[in-house]
Design a protein around this ligand. Structure first.
Ligand code: F3S
Length: 64
């Protein structure tokens, strides 16, 4: 699974990080780092919870 990060939409809510701090990396100001995140199969549940928790819809789950 891959998560596309739309960092321009991030408002620093950090809900993604609260769910999965090892998957979602924030900068010093608390905003998500740009770029795609490749998620290991064992981490998919946690990662999808984190992505869905973002109120700005900044984290898009790609299942392909
Ligand atoms: Fe940003 Fe959403 Fe996470 S606003 S810090 S991507 S919960």
């Amino acid at each position: 699974m891959r998560i596309t990060v739309h960092s321009a939409k991030c408002q620093g809510h950090a809900r993604c990080w609260a769910q999965a701090p090892d998957i979602f990396n924030l900068n010093d100001e608390g905003y998500i780092l740009p770029g795609a995140i490749d998620v290991e199969e064992r981490d998919e549940l946690l990662a999808s919870r984190g992505a869905r928790s973002c109120p700005e819809r900044a984290l898009e789950i790609d299942c392909a």
